[in-house]
Design a protein around this ligand. Structure first.
Ligand code: TXA
Ligand code: MG
Length: 318
């Protein structure tokens, strides 16, 4: 199918309340008409989400965002700098905003973003309203960064898959919430914390679970983004039969005994490593029972990489 035809088919499916796999620059999204509660409920069913976690509303442009939420000065400054792009802002929802309560899970705030991917933009512009879209993976699994990942996880639940090749950023959007003069990081992601601090001249606080007034995000659930294999972080060696998730040129002792090695970035580039992370975890998963992960610097995009790996290594929720 040509792209315009594929977009038409996707818009028609969305209008019928069906689900569409939407490529974004971060990861593939499982999109539904955000104003249609039944369609949004299908997202939860398809993902097997155990409960109603709030979803991100995706819009084509600022006018689309203004129709749904109220901006404070600091949030607007951040949005103007990083949209379209891998950034989500949690903002007070406008009264009467055309979004089902299932999207916000009953909260009075809405998470919103303008993605930078041209296919996502075409879809949003053609649809003409907000699309609710979590990552297009089964709940708790690693996010999908290719159309094949979407098909493997969700199969028939998706009416149209817009295949635009591998996601460029590879980790989900950075989620921020501004409260007064304070900026809280709800999820590390595609926009590095340092870039937000440089723009605003303010510290970005990590909103740790249970910390005072700090807002929380279910993406902070500890076991999340989990492959089936066990994950051993900061591995200084490789034990026989383990899969090795490598970074940089100096492989640790025992690497010759690894069942399989995937190097996220032989040249030690964190942007390249983020783009490959979820594909690598999926690939290693089928090939070893334990994945040994080399130390990876936690600066820039490394903060999001470290966050996803920590969750992948956490004891599994049953
Ligand atoms: O890059 C991304 O953000 C991808 C693409 C598809 O846009 N989407 C994504 O969605 O990662 P999802 O549903 O997997 O993660 C959304 C996160 C969840 O952790 C959810 O708890 C949080 O956003 N969230 C949504 N609405 C919120 C709200 N009102 N307040 C706090 N957290 C919220
Ligand atoms: Mg997700």
């Amino acid at each position: 199918m040509d792209e315009p035809e594929a977009i038409d088919a996707a818009v028609a499916a969305l209008a019928r309340g069906e689900l569409v796999a939407m490529p974004t620059e971060t990861v593939y999204g499982l999109a539904a008409d955000a104003a249609n509660g039944e369609a949004v409920a299908r997202i939860y069913a398809a993902k097997g989400r155990p409960r109603f976690n709030p979803l991100i509303a995706h819009v084509a442009d600022f006018a689309g965002a203004e129709a749904l939420v109220h901006f404070d000065v600091l949030s607007r400054q951040i949005a103007e700098a990083f949209w379209p792009g891998p950034l989500t802002l949690v903002l007070p929802r406008r009264e009467g905003a055309a979004v089902s309560d299932l999207v916000t899970a009953g909260l009075d705030t809405l998470a919103i973003r303008i993605p930078a991917h041209p296919v996502a933009h075409s879809l949003l512009a053609a649809f003409g309203g907000p699309l609710a879209a979590p990552s297009a993976n089964r709940s708790g699994h690693v996010s999908a960064t290719t159309a094949a990942h979407v098909a493997a996880d969700l199969g028939d639940a998706v009416s149209v898959v817009l295949d635009a090749g591998p996601s460029a950023v590879g980790v989900e959007s950075t989620i921020l919430k501004v409260e007064g003069d304070e900026i809280y990081l709800l999820r590390a992601g595609g926009v590095p914390r340092e870039a937000i601090e440089a723009l605003t001249g303010r510290a970005v606080h990590v909103a740790a679970l249970g910390e005072g007034q700090a807002p929380t995000s279910p993406g902070q659930l500890l076991s999340h983004y989990a492959p089936g294999a066990a994950v051993r972080l900061d591995a200084g060696d490789v034990r026989p039969g383990e899969g090795l998730l490598a970074f940089g040129q100096d492989l640790p002792p025992g690497s010759d005994k690894a069942a399989v090695i995937i190097n996220l970035s032989p040249r030690g580039d964190l942007v390249e490593a983020a783009a490959r992370l979820f594909s690598a975890l999926r690939e290693l998963d089928g090939k070893a029972e334990t994945i040994a992960v080399m130390p990876i610097p936690a600066t820039g995009l490394g903060e999001a990489i470290a966050d996803r790996l920590k969750r992948a290594a956490a004891p599994r929720a049953t």
